[in-house]
Design a protein around this ligand. Structure first.
Ligand code: HEM
Length: 302
């Protein structure tokens, strides 16, 4: 526990420059996405208890505060996704790590191009009344803070952001390499993080686009989801899609959290305790999510 606090403090103190900021925001975004996904699986499970309970809980996603949280979600998914692709490129083509600063700025341009219009669209209804400018400023402020923090961060060198296992790039380009190449199950989990990350660029971005821009969170209700899962023309597609999204996103996120635990908790007791808890979290929520996606039918509601 003390170790975790020490590592947390060293993250603030350590002068790693852009690589450190890219990594820090990536980590916070990944954990934030996982926390949201946990809540989301739980509310989708409630579909099985009928429209009343489900729609009562939807207040969580509606209204001005939810709109602002939705912008944070868009921020996290867009940043983490694009940054993840940059990491994957550096992992598989280590020579590119030399250009990590340039790559980070290209990443920021893509990020701005996607996030700023998305954020303004999400907030438009709430800031329509003469206040569109406030919404726009909020949306612009988030990426600007990241860009400026990365730029102004005091640096003790030109450290590249290292992902677990980016060993070739890490040992050549930075003093803060995490160590030996993974072997056995760690190697497969390392590969899984990359394959699932790339699949999630398709699965999670398309899901987000349909739910938040095509349908719109304010219009989502029990009937919308039930139609997707029961209409014979769409049911097979959406149930398969949702099951794949759930499996890859939740497993990727939980394994990411496992890596974070390994980074901060060095006492065997704490590590084992937290990892068993994390595994139970994965097992129970994965079971609930798969159960409702694959077996939902209106007849199951009492
Ligand atoms: C949208 C596409 C995504 C891509 C391309 C992506 C990519 C990556 C990559 C490359 C890593 C580094 C893995 C390593 O160091 O071995 C990572 C870590 C992580 N990802 Fe994702 N990811 C995506 C979506 C998600 C989602 C939806 C979640 C949450 C459910 C998530 C949660 C995490 C967490 C918690 C970590 C660990 C962070 C750390 O070690 O600092 N990711 N991701």
């Amino acid at each position: 526990m003390i170790n975790a606090l020490r590592v947390g403090y060293s993250v603030i103190r350590y002068r790693g420059g852009i690589g450190q900021w890219a990594w820090g925001v990536n980590r916070v975004a990944g954990l934030g996405l996982l926390a949201f996904l946990g809540l989301h699986i739980f509310d989708i499970f409630l579909l099985g208890f009928g429209p009343k309970l489900f729609e009562e809980l939807l207040f969580l996603y509606k209204g001005p505060v939810a709109r602002i949280l939705e912008v944070f979600l868009a921020f996290g998914l867009t940043y983490h996704g694009i940054n993840g692709v940059r990491l994957i490129v550096m992992d598989f083509v280590p020579a590119t790590a030399r250009h990590h600063v340039k790559m980070f700025y290209i990443q920021l341009i893509i990020f701005f191009a996607l996030f700023v219009p998305a954020g303004i669209f999400m907030l438009k209804e709430f800031f329509d009344v003469g206040g569109g400018i406030i919404g726009t400023l909020i949306v612009l402020a988030l990426p600007l803070i990241v860009a400026f923090a990365a730029n102004l961060a005091p640096t003790s060198g030109d450290n590249v952001q290292v992902s677990n296992g980016n060993y070739a790039a890490a040992t050549r380009e930075t003093a803060s390499a995490r160590g030996r190449a993974p072997s056995g199950s760690e190697f497969w989990l390392w590969l899984f993080m990359r394959v699932s990350g790339l699949l999630l660029i398709l699965l999670a971005f398309f899901h987000f686009f349909v739910m938040h821009f095509v349908i719109g969170v304010e219009k989502i209700n029990f009937a919308v989801i039930v139609e997707r899962w029961t209409d014979p023309a769409q049911s097979a597609f959406w149930r398969t899609y949702d099951a794949l999204l759930l499996f890859f996103a939740f497993t990727h996120g939980v394994n990411g959290a496992r890596m974070v635990i390994s980074d901060y908790f060095h006492s065997p007791g704490w590590r084992a305790f937290l990892k068993i808890g994390l595994f139970l979290f994965w097992f129970v929520l994965m079971g609930m999510g798969m159960f409702i996606i694959l077996t939902f039918n209106p007849g199951m509601i009492k």
